[in-house]
Design a protein around this ligand. Structure first.
Ligand code: AMP
Ligand code: MG
Length: 428
């Protein structure tokens, strides 16, 4: 499949300015440029958890295979029920799940039946045991009005019908899906191969854990948040460490990354006026746009595709600031990576909550404030921010349980005003 050029994607936009890209436009460009990988592997059912289903699954059988009872009770023909009258029936047999009753059930007769047992021939109704009166081994009485015809009967194929789609490809396989596939007797599942993502940090001030922290240096934390986010997304990781700001080292890192991975994520070195070679190397190795996005945190970002020795990879040059890395990952890279994995689009769920305080905000950009969401005794969701919102304050992400998303047109938020929040729980 041919890959579009980034310039073609961008030239379709009438109002594109790399120095002022609205969040929605950046998201759209990324979405239009990124194409899914097509590589399928077959996995044993249990191993398919959290993987992306690569093919539609059509049910090979009816589930359940027979009409069966939804309750422990007595199966009988509902036609015998008379309004306002009780009904006494002779018990002719017992039907167990896995050991049903093959005989016919005549008029005036019933079968003691357990949940899941196939409905005996001639029966269409089950009266639950607890509704009956005077039940003995040989007879039972159904009080007037206890059940109506068809009650407590499950139909053959009511869960899944043979020949009908059971699961659509692109689904991220959840526990319920494992169970559903098992109910179809499917032992091996076609899934997309894992997406390979190479990532490294750039910046001469960065130290790796274990190295001494000399004056002016900081420990590299971005690779760890990225490790966490990418792992949760189900990617195969290639952690390339910290790469010093030297052209030869950067070139080697970028080349190796795009030769071995589907996507490359770097942090740092994309701000304008940075005295480093990162931007330069990205531009040399591929088609990369350098954006100033109308957002806070996370204004500078590079996006495109780089190539080396006939191999290429999508590139996300995230900013260096630790909070900006997480925000740009969640709101730009996450969807793109899911798309590359062949996953169905799953927009982040947005909740509405009442802001507990005023939030200063300038229209014209999107702000992602770290918030603490709670539900009051009155059942109303409320959110407050974590305080200092500097893009270097990673503690704000740790204290928060959600992100307050204030869109482009939003101005200062008044106390009590409703705002959008994206909760972290469930966000990979
Ligand atoms: P930059 O985008 O390279 O200008 O970096 C912006 C800020 O983020 C600077 O204060 C950097 O020290 C900091 N920073 C960059 N990369 C990392 C990293 N990997 N871990 C922690 N802080 C970082
Ligand atoms: Mg830097």
């Amino acid at each position: 499949m041919s890959i579009p050029r980034l310039s073609d994607v961008i030239s379709c936009l009438s109002d594109y300015d790399p120095d002022a890209v609205p969040v929605a436009q950046a998201q759209q460009i990324i979405r239009d440029f990124v194409t899914p990988i097509h590589a399928v592997e077959k996995l044993a059912l249990r191993s398919a958890l959290d993987r992306v289903l690569a093919e539609d699954i059509v049910s090979p059988i009816d589930v359940p295979q027979h009409d069966n009872s939804a309750m422990d009770g007595y199966a009988f023909a509902g036609a015998a029920l008379e309004a306002g009258a009780s009904l006494t029936l002779k018990v002719v047999a017992t039907a167990y799940a896995g050991n049903g009753y093959d005989g016919a059930v005549g008029s005036g007769e019933c079968v003691r039946i357990m949940t899941g047992a196939p409905m005996p021939r001639g029966c269409d109704t089950v009266v639950p045991q607890e509704f009956t009166r005077e039940a003995t081994a040989t007879a039972v009485t159904i009080p007037a009005g206890a059940v109506k015809t068809g009650d407590n009967r499950r139909f053959r194929g009511e869960d899944l019908e043979a020949g009908k789609p059971a699961l659509a490809r692109g689904r991220v396989i959840r526990p319920a899906d494992l169970g559903l596939l098992a109910s179809l007797g499917i032992a091996e599942v076609p899934v997309q191969r894992r997406l390979r993502v190479a990532f490294f940090s750039t910046g001469d001030e960065l130290r790796s854990i274990g190295e001494p922290l000399d004056a002016g240096s900081v420990y590299d934390s971005n690779r760890y948040t990225l490790h966490g986010m990418l792992t949760r997304l189900g990617c195969e990781l290639i952690d390339m460490g910290v790469v010093k700001d030297e052209p030869a080292l950067l070139e080697a890192a970028f080349r190796s990354a795009c030769e071995n991975a589907d996507a490359v994520i770097t942090t740092g070195g994309v701000s304008v006026g940075e005295a480093d070679y990162t931007r330069q190397m990205m531009a040399t190795l591929g088609e990369v746009s350098f954006w100033k996005i109308g957002m806070r945190p996370g204004r500078p970002m590079a996006f495109g595709r780089i190539a080396s020795n006939g191999r290429s990879a999508y590139l996300f040059g995230l900013p260096g600031n630790p909070v900006a890395v997480m925000v740009t990952f969640y709101f730009f890279a996450r969807n793109a990576l899911l798309r590359m994995m062949g996953a169905q689009e799953t927009p982040l769920p947005v909740l509405r909550a009442e802001s507990q305080s005023a939030i200063r905000k300038k229209p014209g950009r999107t702000e992602y404030q770290r918030g603490i969401l709670s539900v009051g005794d009155d059942g109303i969701r409320r959110v407050r921010t974590t305080g200092a919102q500097g893009s270097g304050i990673l503690r704000s992400m740790v204290e928060a349980n959600c992100m307050v998303v204030l869109g482009d047109s939003q101005g200062t938020v008044q106390p009590g005003e409703m705002v959008d929040v994206v909760v972290f729980e469930g966000l990979v």
